[in-house]
Design a binder for this molecule. Structure first.
Ligand code: SF4
Length: 108
């Protein structure tokens, strides 16, 4: 049992750092802007994106997540999205996305 299972208070799901000089760092967020996942827990795992792939100065393949709103759009929605995709994480192998982004909340 987790502490979150014993409370109806759900502030742990997100917050907005209105003083951050970069906000809004991702355009198009419609709900509360969730800063909790500023460094996305899925960066090293497969995810629905949308992301682009680039090679950094060390020759490593990395995701460019500039267009992704999934970890940020709404406290509850983004929390649920991250939990869902971390249930059975699969390490990202550096490939481009194999299918276009459709529905972030879809079951896998
Ligand atoms: S594309 Fe979105 S969900 Fe995937 S790692 Fe980047 S920020 Fe996270």
């Amino acid at each position: 049992m987790q502490p979150k299972d014993t409370t109806s208070q759900q502030a742990y799901k997100g917050f907005t750092n209105a003083d951050c000089p970069f906000i809004p760092c991702h355009q198009g967020v419609k709900r509360e802007f969730n800063c909790l996942f500023c460094y996305c827990p899925l960066i090293a795992f497969e995810c629905p994106g949308p992301y682009r792939v680039y090679t950094d100065k060390h020759g490593l393949r990395r995701k460019d997540c500039s267009r992704c709103r999934l970890p940020h759009d709404g406290y509850h929605a983004s929390w649920s999205f991250i939990q869902k995709w971390l249930e059975r994480p699969r390490v990202w192998d550096g490939r481009e996305q194999s299918e276009p982004y459709r529905d972030a909340g879809r079951a896998r």
